[in-house]
Design a protein around this ligand. Sequence first.
Ligand SMILES: C[S@@+](CC[C@H](N)C(=O)[O-])C[C@H]1O[C@@H](n2cnc3c(N)ncnc32)[C@H](O)[C@@H]1O
Length: 318
Amino acid sequence: MNSITYSIDLSALRCPRCHSDLLLHEAELIRCQGSVTHEFPIVRAIPRFAGETYIESFGVQWNRYEVIRPEMDTVTFHAKTGCWPQDLAGKKVLDAGVGGGRYARLIGEAGAQLVGLDLSSAVEKARKVCEDLPQVNIIQADLLNPPLSESVFDFAYSIGVLHHCPDPRKAFAQVAKSVKPGGQLAVWLYRRNTLPQELINKALRAVTTRLPDSVLKFWSKLLTIPGGVPGLKQTGSKLINFSTFEDKHLRLCDNYDWYAPKYQSHHTLAELRQWYLEEGFEEPRELRPEKAGRLYEWVYDHDLIIGSGVNMVAQKRS
Ligand SMILES: C[S@@+](CC[C@H](N)C(=O)[O-])C[C@H]1O[C@@H](n2cnc3c(N)ncnc32)[C@H](O)[C@@H]1O
């Protein structure tokens, strides 16, 4: 860790066990103010509210692969949240499932006060990536029981995260609660594909999620080959998922990201819209991918693109 002193900002946080306020007790210890005191260590400038459980593959993935591509990340962030990083300057922002910190870095650089939360050891990478941004607070915590105050964030986003929780609906509710009335929440989840695609994927992942890391790494690398072949990449990826990014290293990370995690659920737009309405958000707006073309739109709308998303943003009722 570099010489920057991180002033851990606890203003948006509360005890995940008794919901009372938190205080920095010593440089490396947080204590809650409840009648029974709960303590949480700060290790390598990261408050630790929970430890890695079913989520180890993400720690491996984000610490292993170098995927930060600022220009591309900015465009992707805009496509998946409906706003540009600079729109968030001066705002209190939550990155729910910060991973290796590629979006947290952009938002922190733009001048937001950001909490980046993740359960896996990806937080080590996120802290490193944001090491020169003291207004970015990275915390290790579980979205199913997060140490977040209610109604505190102007903007929250969760990109490709909730479908990796054993209970995505509950995780959505927890994130939604932390948004201020009048604040916004953007969520991107895997789209449910056609039944044959879903069945093939389930069968494949039943094997890949049990593979040793070295074999999974090899499988992910093997799948970078069809992802780089014009023609094959458009058609083959409709049968089984493999990444089609131009950049081979991104394809490798993306393939691992698909085949390694224990939990992976797929959702419909109607389902996500319903979640927003149930949590008190108004008129959820669909965010569509920026790839143009009528054929792409057609296959997208017919749920044929494996790995594509359902993506919405909405404002919380004031
Ligand atoms: C596919 S990654 C996405 C990371 C980041 N949003 C991005 O797009 O670069 C999913 C992340 O969700 C995190 N995650 C999954 N379940 C979680 C939970 N219950 N609590 C906190 N983080 C969780 C994983 O550790 C992982 O880093």
